[in-house]
Design a binder for this molecule. Structure first.
Ligand code: 26Y
Length: 819
């Protein structure tokens, strides 16, 4: 592998092989003669984990001795993917492992494919958390990730007759060789019950401490996974909580004869860590979700306070030694829970507790979509977390009083910054709670941060103008370049040197001059072709569709959502199809349109878009007049491992959300890093990519966020008029609407297409012509190979800034104060 320029020595290989065989024999109990591939995978994983463990312990000891400040990253999602290649590669042991296994006739590539993806996340937010964990380890930041160890991660997507079906994901079926179970690290988490003031602590609610007599206790058990940084720099911990029933409680009921009740109790407790909420950006709104949020927040805060107290003996200096980052509002109940722990459990006066809370917490917002802004009914909160509800009321009262004292009497403003929404039944606004309880609040791209200030948080921002800052997202280059694209990495290292691997943010730029060298461009194109051949084989194997690796691979992969506008891409696909059919002898650029992504199970329109993709694919792929000039492929079950294979094989990256709605996007960065050209709107981080890479090397189209907003405000957008003005668009819509792709059910898409005509909330029609033109430019550029590959090189060379190391450095310096 690329990052190990010197071949491994025979001793290293023999030592590693001995470790693996010892694991196979004594931990798995298998004779090498009879071991299955899966046994070998597990043995290698265990041997790899051993190599991390020494460094892990040394590191933990050092952090303790040096008294370093710690970072706690609280996230309901960690979309990790596989860990074997990642860990070996970061430890510099990839070639060692490969050779060690070859010596016993085991193929490394075959066994690494057996590892299930740890899919403990839905999409961008969860994957960002995983990239951040790796970058924090690489930069030597003493960080702990805290989350939930779901029995079942994100569902497996099966496509049956073109429709998405959700199947249970079972990543733990064969156990998990990376984790350490810590039965001794466990906390009891309460729910429900009642609250009573402690006698003698005063009647002023600010001064009184309270007992919370909760009705139900659930045990949180820790499972630790070591996370190793680049070149083994340091090893941090991802601590995930599993829910277990309180054993004694359940046994008492059982002994009393209530067998069913005892089991039901157990099931109810354990359901908390049973399954990841499979919705992205659509309000989950279920009691179980709130239980999950509180469960992991409460366990994590107790755990970190215990660690802090053990080391410092007081909580008064918490912000000096601990920084807690809330990944979206999902852990926002931490504001109330930290207050509760400080005031009720540790006897800290209210004012001081508030100062400590705000000084320790910070919050990242990942979306402005109204349906994804969490609010919880006051009634539910009172029932499940009665003491927290009191605390939230108290925080709110003080917050509003302080404003009135500052002379703010505008009722509309006070209502908008209140923690309680009064309009649609009383609900707690978790975004406002996270904002008020944090000293720093950030967005994830420059555009998104600006919109946060102007829209959802405009009033809070006017009151706390310094609180919001921007931290543009990034990706870890170790996974998204070195591991997923060894061919390209090798080429880059050959031209700018080994140092590239340690300092890609600066070194990638050194490739710029090579963009003008024909032989370099040829090699850049050749590595792409190799990756495309691999993907073409996979498409053939999985779907039986033959695609030409020399065609332009046009790729749109991400969660399926109307705002991401997969539908716009499909309209272009059909328009292209119709154009080819009306001029089959024309000089067309052969294209393969590749789609992949999951739809939330309850999101009907998104699931219909998947069906439409498959209907269009079947019709076009079977049409002999097209002669393979256009192929459409929907690859099922998009996940991290599939992304690692698709992205390095992409020529064109589709980033076409309605401007203003994609907070950042991170696959846009992964594609560009691997040298794909982007067709995209000025949305999220596309804007900053354009600044770094140069508009000449991207295909930017469509309305800007401002234009979208202006049109909405003016209430003048009329999709129907737009459709009448575009015969091409009209023809496409008519064909889909009238069943050209759904002869078995001609009315299948009537409502979908009529929806575009009457509402077009995401401005698909409005951007269609502009998108069509941008796609023509794509074709013109593709025909001019020199120009295409020159731009491709610039995409790779100018994407260094999007390393998550840069992002983490910004958090570390400006928010956490740990660097
Ligand atoms: C409320 C609950 C149902 C919910 C669950 C998951 C709400 C939102 C989400 C996930 C949001 C998410 O993934 N957001 C994405 O975060 C990425 C990382 O910052 C961004 O790049 C991306 O634009 C944004 O959509």
């Amino acid at each position: 592998m690329t990052q190990e320029t010197t071949a491994p020595t025979a001793e290293e290989v023999a030592a590693f092989r001995a470790n693996v065989i010892s694991k196979l024999t004594y931990s798995i109990g298998k004779d090498p003669e009879h071991a299955s591939d899966h046994d070998w995978f597990e043995a290698v994983a265990l041997a790899t984990r051993d190599r991390m463990t020494d460094e892990w312990m040394a590191r933990t000891r050092q952090v303790y001795q040096e008294g370093k400040k710690r970072v706690y990253y609280l996230s309901l999602e960690f979309l990790i993917g596989r860990l074997l290649t990642d860990s070996l590669s970061n430890l510099g042991l990839l070639e060692v492992a490969r050779e060690a296994l070859a010596g016993v006739d085991v193929d490394f590539d075959r066994i690494r494919g057996l590892e299930p993806d740890a899919a403990l996340g839905n999409g961008g937010l969860g994957r960002l958390a995983a990239c951040f964990m790796e970058s924090m380890a690489t930069l030597g930041i003493a960080a702990h990730g805290y989350g939930i160890r779901y029995d079942h991660g994100l569902f497996r997507q099966a496509i049956v007759d073109g429709w998405q079906h959700e199947q249970t994901e079972t990543w733990l079926n064969f156990g998990n060789p990376w984790e350490f179970e810590r039965p001794e690290v466990s906390y009891l988490i309460g729910f429900g019950g009642s609250v009573a003031a402690m006698p003698g602590t005063g009647s002023n609610p600010e001064q009184s401490r309270h007992f919370w007599h909760w009705a139900e206790g659930v045990r949180a058990i820790a499972y630790d996974t070591p996370v190793v940084g680049w070149r083994g720099a340091s090893v941090n911990t991802l601590r995930l909580w599993r829910a277990r029933a309180e054993a004694d409680f359940h046994l008492e009921r059982f002994n009393a004869g209530d067998h069913i009740g005892a089991v039901a109790e157990e099931a109810r407790a354990e359901s908390i860590s049973r399954v990841l909420y499979p919705a992205d950006s659509t309000e989950a709104g279920q009691e179980l979700r709130l239980r999950q949020e509180y469960f992991f927040v409460a366990a994590s805060l107790q755990d970190l306070l215990r660690r802090h107290l053990e080391q410092r003996g007081t909580l008064m200096n918490l912000p000096e030694f601990a920084a807690i980052q809330l990944n979206d509002t999902h852990p926002a109940i931490a504001v109330a829970e930290l207050m509760r722990l400080l005031v009720d459990v540790h006897d800290v006066p209210w004012r001081k507790a508030w100062e400590l809370t705000v000084g320790t917490l910070s919050y990242t917002n990942h979306t402005l979509l109204p349906e994804a802004l969490e609010t919880w009914p006051v009634g539910l909160m009172e029932r499940l977390l009665p003491r927290h509800m009191q605390i939230i009321y108290l925080i709110n009262a003080q917050h509003l009083d302080a404003l009135r004292e500052r002379g703010v009497h505008d009722l509309k403003l006070l209502r908008s910054v209140s923690l309680i929404e009064e309009d649609h039944g009383r609900r707690v606004r978790m975004g406002n709670l996270a904002f008020l309880g944090s000293h720093c609040v950030n967005g994830v791209s420059a555009l998104h941060t600006g919109l946060m200030r102007e829209t959802v948080f405009t009033d809070l921002h006017s009151l706390y103008p310094k609180r919001i800052s921007n931290k543009t997202n990034g990706i870890t280059f170790r996974r998204w370049l070195y591991q997923s694209n060894p061919q390209l990495t090798r080429l880059l290292v050959e031209h700018v040197g080994e140092e590239l691997l340690d300092a890609p943010e600066t070194m990638l730029r050194k490739l710029d001059p090579f963009a003008d060298q024909a032989d370099f461009r040829a090699r850049f194109a050749a590595q792409r072709l190799e990756n495309k051949q691999i993907l073409a084989r996979m498409i053939q194997d999985r779907l039986g569709i033959t695609v030409d690796p020399n065609a332009l691979f046009d790729v749109h992969v991400k969660r399926i959502h109307e705002y991401k506008r997969q539908l716009l891409n499909l309209l272009h696909t059909v328009a292209l199809y119709q154009a080819i059919r009306s001029d089959p002898g024309g000089n067309w650029v052969p294209r393969v349109k590749i789609f992949a992504g999951k739809a939330a199970a309850s999101y009907h329109t998104a699931k219909l878009i998947i069906k439409l993709t498959n209907d269009i694919a079947r019709t076009i792929n079977d049409d002999p007049t097209v002669r393979g000039l256009l192929k459409v492929v929907f690859l099922p079950n998009y996940n991290v491992s599939l992304a690692e294979r698709i992205i390095p094989a992409a020529d064109l990256s589709e980033q076409i959300s309605t401007a203003g709605l994609e907070a950042s996007g991170t696959s846009n960065m992964k594609f560009a890093l691997n040298g794909a050209l982007t067709i995209g709107t000025l949305d999220g981080a596309n804007v900053e990519m354009c600044e770094q890479i140069g508009a000449d090397h991207m295909f930017i189209f469509g309305m800007t966020a401002q234009e979208v907003e202006a049109r909405k405000q003016a209430n003048e957008y009329n999709a129907e008029a737009t459709i009448i003005g575009s015969p091409r668009l009209n023809e496409v819509l008519m064909a889909i609407r009238n069943g050209a792709f759904s002869a078995d059910d001609p009315a299948r898409y009537t409502a979908l297409i009529d929806g575009l005509k009457w509402h077009d909330t995401f401005m698909v029609c409005a951007d269609f012509e502009s998108y069509w033109k941008a796609q023509l430019e794509v074709e013109a550029r593709w025909r001019d190979a020199d120009s295409w590959w020159r731009s491709a090189v610039f995409n790779t060379s100018r994407t260094g800034w999007f390393s998550s190391d840069r992002t983490i450095r910004e958090y570390a310096e400006e928010i956490w104060k740990v660097l």
